[in-house]
Design a binder for this molecule. Sequence first.
Ligand code: ATM
Length: 241
Amino acid sequence: MGVRKNRRDGILITFEGVEGSGKTTQLRRLATLLRQDGYRVVETREPGGTSVAERIREILLSAPGKPTMTEPMTAACEAHLILAARSQHVTHVIEPALRAGSIVLCDRFSDSTFAYQGYGRGLDLGMLQDMNRLATGGLEPDLTLLFEIPVATGLARRRKFAMEQNRLDREAHEFHEKVRRGFLALASGAPKRIKKIDGLPHPETVAVEVASAVRAFLTKARTQRLKTVMHAARARPGRSR
Ligand code: ATM
């Protein structure tokens, strides 16, 4: 597949990292900055982003013991739910926004599935990639920012600031370590797309790094697109003069 990837003008930037890495705060700040720069920006998140996908999120994240969740969820069920939500999200929110030329900032996307359900839960990565392709139609992020932070620091931040711990927050420390190692392995496998950002400094400092990384990326993307358009115009017969 991967057909959809070329049929759009917008840009998809995804925000990834372990819990408490600060990615959501940075996404909001970047959205404000890019709007000030004159870009049309869509902020969204996974699992979620549409009414159906948000309902699936409630099932996925509710803590054991709550009325909606009285039985342990299997890893396969978790993966299917996440990818079902992604299919809705890509079709009804992300793709239309990209076709309209927006910059889409998405809080978690496919790399979270590979890190959490693959490296964390131990599901086969090749199988997850196939399932993910079915959900996304081959859509991949143009740029991914991976917010890097030690697991213990992230979980402590969550405990300090989060209103409520979700089902995945309550997983053992070792699970989150596997997820973190998974993210780092994904970043080594795709160094051009995945940019690691140190999530430890003050949010203001992190925001400066994010802004400079994204502005550099957008400048490069604009130059490349211009070249492609000019190349296509030159290659079109009868248009040489
Ligand atoms: P946020 O806390 O970043 O909104 O993410 C919700 C949870 O969804 C997060 N877990 N915790 N704790 C990670 C989980 N998740 C997956 O396990 N796989 C996925 O593909 C996605 C998008 C999220």
